[in-house]
Write a protein that binds this ligand. Sequence first.
Ligand code: SAM
Length: 216
Amino acid sequence: MEDEYVLERERMVEEQIAARGLRDPRLLAAFESVPRHLFVPEDMRHLAYADGPLPIGFGQTISQPYIVALMTDLLKLKGTERVLEVGTGSGYQAAILAHMAAEVHTVEIIPELAARAEKVLRELGLENVHCHLGDGSLGWDEAAPYDGILVAAAAPDVPETLLNQLSDGARLVLPVGGRGFQELECWERRGKKFKRRAITPVAFVPLRGKHGWGGG
Ligand code: SAM
């Protein structure tokens, strides 16, 4: 699909993603085909391909392209998987996952954001994305288990509920830590055991809900 942002998008992929070491051709192709500018508020479209996060309203953000790419890459998707995203936000990460996996479930707690993201995803014809409204700190039991789970908001600790919704060999990628900065963690299920790897420091908005900040 040609649009006025094609060149900016190509530059984003080259300079922000490939040049930083993420070179999976499927990943790069996904970032080249998803029109990020459609996921940001209209008055920010000129900044859509910049190297950083952007506000999307309700105190929330669309993550920096490189962080979306890094978290996606850590899931090691082949294209056949069913994946869960917690924190739909703008829907951009879900659109990238739609190109990398067979089936995507994404959960958002703020109704207005969930509705807006679903509309953009529908307009793009991404029919393998299923949008849900609710507390994603509980995962999304109806479609579990998942071959990958990605959490786009910072949790105080890794929610056991999410680990339990992983299939064997699957990975959970999430930021863990307090307000401000956190550590990006990658958990892998091996039978009844879970192996944790710390990846890099990140800065995410807090996860709300039962297993987020504030509980309840
Ligand atoms: N992945 C998003 C994107 O591509 O635009 C960015 C997500 S933004 C950094 C984090 C999102 O997580 C916000 O939209 C926020 O409302 C949502 N969120 C926070 N706690 C949540 C919860 N318990 N369940 C579902 N969504 C939650």
